[in-house]
Design a protein around this ligand. Sequence first.
Ligand code: MN
Ligand code: MN
Length: 463
Amino acid sequence: MRKNEELREKLFYKPEHACKRMSDDEIKTADAFAEGYKKFMTDCKIEREVVEFAVDLASKNGYVAFDNKASYKAGDKVIYNNRGKSVIFAVIGKRNVEEGVRIAAAHIDSPRLDLKPNPLYEDAELALLKTHYYGGIKKYQWTAIPLALHGVIVKADGSSVKVNIGENAGDPKFVVTDLLPHLGAEQMKRTLSEGIKGEELNILIGSRPFKDDEESESVKLNIMNILFEKYGIVEADFLSAELELVPAFAADDIGFDRSLIGAYGHDDKCCAYPGLMAIMDCGTPEYTALTVLADKEEVGSEGNTGLNSAFLSYFICDLARMQGGVGSTALSNSRCLSADVNAGFDPTFPGVYERMNTAFVNKGIVVTKYTGSRGKSGTSDASAEFMGSVRRLFDDNGVVWQIGELGKVDEGGGGTVARYVAYHNIDVVDVGIPVLSMHAPYEVISKLDLYMAYKGFLAFFTK
Ligand code: MN
Ligand code: MN
């Protein structure tokens, strides 16, 4: 190697395609890991389904429901299921909890269309449902694609019905209709953000009237009759329901080389899944390990199942107290990887990214020192010291990683759960996976990046 090449190698920062840093065997392992992920993504579309899947998996791996009257020893594995919508998995470490815990935090809610509390109506002998979108979506993307209905209905007597329609072969699907281009001249003059308006996201659910009924709203009556016969519900039961419309797509390989995965809800289940798998595989760690899968991130982490709630800190304080320790000390000594997706560079829209500080698909797990917008507003901005320790951890353990900011300085921005974790005086930094078409009904990630997230969390728990 010539002197200048040697110096370049030694002195320049140059993130590379993960392929160049991985053995053929490891690439095979990553591809196999992606198969489990695809199945998970096809089966689990909403937060409740992720919690159910994760609790089931953990139970098979020796985890038991957390009991705050119990006391635990190194190697014990517990589940704190927060209302079926967020969940903490913990493996008790060899050291006292007061010395700090290691937390991988990801969110399991994704942008979607929620039903309004009183959604059902009939117009022009079509039955429709009114929706209120959840999270940041480009509304026009949600028309004319097959949708499935997921969630829960709590009936007047307190019993509840789980709903999942549109995912299995033979299931009916639902759809938001859009205007034909022939009559769309006026609509096409709208800005893209107004192309479809919130009140136009109405779900088509039926068109046949109740037999022998001459009154008005007989299509609606027929739909209610079907719902009553199938689920025993009446119209007022929608008032106490959480019903979510999500794309009825399965997760699939993308590309001739099958290097990418297309699916609904990579944000942020592509971090939740590796976080879950890493804690399943971490053995008995030195420090107590936690994976928290949180709800409500897409609407600001509000509510008692989001991370802007005390459920995570209460849990850590309980663990510390059981060992005669002090909760606030445990929190202050803790470290967290706030795992959330970042924007992957898209060559079709290069103008919004700043190439030197942008994440690229296939260059590994993204470490994001700060998020926020308009001058880092709303970020927790990880310290140089914590960045340094995460950098060493990943470099020493073969985790391919890169840095990434979300777009150009004044282009926009976004937030994650990191600030709510930092509130408890926990060291935290954002890590995640670069995504293409983030928040669209069908998002894209790389298999190698997904695997590097798993490898990164596992190193964080065990090294
Ligand atoms: Mn996210
Ligand atoms: Mn998001």
